[in-house]
Ligand binder design. Sequence first.
Ligand code: ZN
Length: 125
Amino acid sequence: MDKQESEKFKTLLQAYRAKLASGISHIERDMLNKSQRDSSGDLSGYTFHMADQATDNFDTEFNLDIASNEQKFLNEIDEAIKRIDEGVFGICEECEKPIAVKRLKAVPYARYCIKCQEGIEKNNR
Ligand SMILES: [Zn+2]
C-alpha cells in the first residue's frame, strides 16, 4: 500500500475514533444514571455498533456490552493508526501478506486478511 492510500485510511480511522470516543462518553453518562455494575461484557463481538443507534429500550447490561465493545474498537483503531505510522498497515499479522484493500475499506482496523480472520473465528468457536 502506498503512503497516499494509507494516509486516507488514517483520516478515516481518526474520524471513526472521534465518533466512537463521543459515543462512549454518551454511554458512560447514561450508565451513571442506572447502575454501577462492573463491565464484564463479552468482547468477542466485532459488530461496529454506534452509540447513537442505542435507544432507551436497551437494558443496562447491553449498554455495558456496547461500551466494552467500543473501548475495544477504540483500541483496535489506535493500533491501526499506529500501524499506518509504522508503515505496516494493511499487512496481515498472521501470514504477513497484504490484506485486500476492499476488506480494509470495510474494516479499516483489520489485523488479518480474510483467510486468517476466518481461521481465527473458527478457532474461537
Ligand atoms: Zn493472513
